[in-house]
Design a protein around this ligand. Structure first.
Ligand code: GSH
Length: 219
């Protein structure tokens, strides 16, 4: 059985967890925080979460884990069978990760953890986020899912990569990045009603005090 290493407050961890739940693949969760200690680096080469333990060994990097699960596991397909449509869905994942999640992440310390992020970094993130959301608005189909008519890996990136960036927009820049994207907003609300998404949100809530205590200890 797969073992999913990570913690419930991690948005990348939750992308993989949702893929496994949606496909009905059995897995065990192993509490694991990223760091640069030799023990952690022996499992995760860059010290990041999540990591998937398979019968053959560990796999790191969310996009790679998700493709591995898609290639090896039965259950609901989370990528289109048609190669062109598949490429579009994967491009949307990459665009969300590179142009929305990562610039948003540069501001998480201030938006979520009571720290201060230098103005130059915030300005850079704001400019990148505006371009990232514009790109999502052009490329996303939202008909009704991000990449078309069925739930795909792009929706996992959307749900867990875009949500924190939306909060960064509101908290730090007083911007609603969804202001001109009603279909995206509606999809986010619909995804929130999915029972597996709700289960993950409850686990996240339960794991949050431990995670915040760890962040406080690091400060
Ligand atoms: N590129 C990685 C990013 C994963 C990532 O940033 N994980 C965060 C938690 S959400 C982490 O492990 N942070 C710990 C650290 O950087 O020390 C992936 O796609 O899996």
């Amino acid at each position: 059985m797969f073992k999913l290493y990570g913690f419930c407050a991690s948005n990348y961890y939750n992308m993989v967890k949702l893929a496994l739940l949606e496909k009905g693949v059995p897995f065990e969760e192993v509490p694991f925080y990223g760091s640069q200690t030799p023990e952690i680096l022996a499992i995760s080469p860059r010290g990041k979460v999540p990591v998937l333990k398979t019968d053959q060994g560990f796999i790191s990097e969310t996009s790679v884990i998700l493709e591995y699960i898609e290639q090896t596991q039965p259950g609901k397909a989370l990528l289109p069978a048609d190669p062109y449509e598949r490429a579009q869905a994967l491009a949307l994942c990459r665009e969300i990760e590179l142009y929305i999640e990562l610039p948003g992440r540069a501001c998480y310390a201030e938006a979520f953890f009571g720290m201060t992020v230098p103005d130059a970094i915030k300005e850079k993130s704001k400019a990148e986020l505006l371009l990232g959301f514009a790109s999502l608005g052009r490329h996303g189909k939202f008909s009704p899912y991000v990449a078309g008519d069925s739930l795909s890996i792009a929706d996992l990136y959307f749900l867990y990569g875009v949500s924190p960036a939306l909060q960064v927009g509101k908290k730090l820049f007083d911007i609603d990045f969804f202001a001109d994207m009603p279909a995206a907003k509606a999809l986010m609300e619909r995804l929130g009603a999915n029972p597996n998404v709700q289960r993950i949100a409850a686990d996240r809530e339960a794991g949050m005090p431990e995670f915040l205590a760890m962040i406080a200890a690091k400060k």
